[in-house]
Design a protein around this ligand. Structure first.
Ligand SMILES: Cc1cc2nc3c(=O)[nH]c(=O)nc-3n(C[C@H](O)[C@H](O)[C@H](O)COP(=O)(O)O)c2cc1C
Length: 248
C-alpha cells in the first residue's frame, strides 16, 4: 500500500504542517512518499505519484478560514488528473490553524469533501488542529530540553564526577511530560487516522487543539507575537515606521 503525504504549507522550513506530517507518518505503514506543494512547478511531480497510490494525506494551514490558494490551484489540476485516469484514491486531510479552536478548520474540511465528490475520490476524513503555531513550538522546546539535559550532565561530571544527575533527569522528564501532554489530543487523533489509513477506511472529521486553557493560550500568543514582531519587523510591525506618501 502506497500513501502520498503532501505538505501544503508555503513555508520552506519548520512549518507546523511538517511537524504534523512527521507525526502522522509514524502511524502509517507500507510505502510512504512525502511531497511539498508550494508552487505550480510541484504539480506534475506530485500528480505522477498518485498513479499507483491508495491514499493521499494533505497537511496544510488554514488561511482566512479556507484552503490556501496555491493548494486550491493544485486541487483543480488533481481533479482533472484523477477523473481522466479513473483514479479512486482515499483522501485524508490534516489542517492546522493559528487560533486555538481546531473546529475553525470545518469550512476547509468541507472544501475537501466536495473536492472528493467532484473528483470521484473517496473522502477518508480529517483532523483539524487548533493552536498549530504553538504546538509547532513544542518540538523546538523538546530539542531545548534535550540540550539542557546534556549541559546539566556535563556540569554534573565536572562537579561530582558522576554521569548521572538525578536533578537533570527529573527536570528533563517533567518538561518532556508537559510537552507530551500539550500534544496528546493531536497524537490521539492522528493515531486514529493512521489506523484508518492502514485499513483504507473512513475516520470522519475530528477537531482538537493544544491542550492548554484558552486564557493561558492568549497570554503566551501575545508574548510570542510581540517577540516575533521585534525580530521580524520592529514593534507593531509598520505602525511606528515612517510612511512613504504618494506625491500628488
Ligand atoms: C495569510 C494567512 C491567513 C491565515 N488565516 C488564519 C485563519 O483564518 N484562522 C486561523 O486560526 N489562523 C490563520 N492563519 C494562521 C495559520 O493557519 C497558522 O500560522 C498555521 O499554523 C500555519 O501553518 P504552517 O506552519 O504549516 O504553514 C493564517 C496565516 C496566514 C499567513
Amino acid at each position: 500500500m502506497k500513501t502520498v503525504f503532501i505538505n501544503g504549507s508555503p513555508k520552506k522550513r519548520l512549518s507546523a504542517s511538517s511537524y504534523f506530517l512527521f507525526l502522522q507518518r509514524l502511524f502509517v505503514g507500507g510505502e510512504k512518499v512525502s511531497e511539498t506543494l508550494r508552487t505550480p512547478a510541484d504539480h506534475g511531480r506530485i500528480l505522477a505519484q498518485l498513479d499507483d497510490a491508495q491514499a493521499v494525506v494533505f497537511c496544510l494551514p488554514l488561511y482566512v478560514d479556507a484552503v490556501p490558494s496555491h493548494v486550491l490551484r493544485f486541487m483543480e489540476e488533481m481533479q482533472a488528473y484523477c477523473t481522466q485516469r479513473g483514479l479512486h484514491l482515499a483522501v485524508y486531510c490534516i489542517a492546522n490553524n493559528g487560533f486555538i479552536e481546531g473546529r475553525q478548520n470545518e469550512p476547509l474540511m468541507q472544501v475537501f469533501e466536495h473536492f472528493c465528490t467532484r473528483s470521484g475520490l473517496t473522502w477518508g476524513g480529517g483532523v483539524g488542529i487548533g493552536g498549530g503555531v504553538m504546538l509547532n513550538v513544542t518540538r523546538i522546546l523538546f530539542v531545548v530540553d534535550i540540550a539542557l539535559l546534556v549541559v546539566n550532565t556535563v556540569l554534573s561530571v565536572a562537579r561530582t564526577g558522576s554521569l548521572f544527575s538525578p536533578d537533570a533527569w527529573v527536570s528533563f522528564g517533567t518538561n518532556a511530560a508537559l510537552l507530551l501532554y500539550f500534544n496528546l489530543g493531536v497524537l490521539f487523533y492522528l493515531a486514529r487516522m493512521g489506523s484508518a489509513i492502514r485499513k483504507g477506511a473512513p475516520c470522519g472529521k475530528k477537531y482538537t487543539r493544544i491542550l492548554i486553557p484558552s486564557f493561558v493560550f492568549i497570554l503566551f500568543a501575545d508574548i510570542f507575537f510581540v517577540i516575533i514582531s521585534l525580530f521580524q519587523g520592529g514593534l507593531f510591525r509598520g505602525w511606528l515606521a515612517k510612511k512613504a506618501y504618494e506625491e500628488r
